[in-house]
Write a protein that binds this ligand. Sequence first.
Ligand SMILES: [Zn+2]
Length: 112
Amino acid sequence: MKLDEIYEEYNKHFSIGILPYTKCMNCGKVYYYPRDSCPVCGKGDLKIMQSTGHGTVYSYTKFNNGFYGIISFSEGFRAYMDISGNNPGIGMEVEIKFKKIKDNLLPYAELR
Ligand SMILES: [Zn+2]
């Protein structure tokens, strides 16, 4: 799969409110950021998967008037994103929501 095809697949998932991730069909590594080959084994046999959108706060930092951090998802991958809510803490559960920025729907983590 080419990188632009992967981005297109990701945007399709975003538009229906689903968080996608990528799985390497060779070694099983899962990750969020689109790439055209596996960061572990280097193979290009990749599949776009659908996350449940459930995760926990792995780390966070205050950013402007909000929070931003790394979320660990139940499928085993991590992703950076905005965190909404007043008082995040390490290990707190989040759920993925989407917000419209210009013409794109982008995921963020909402504290549960
Ligand atoms: Zn791999």
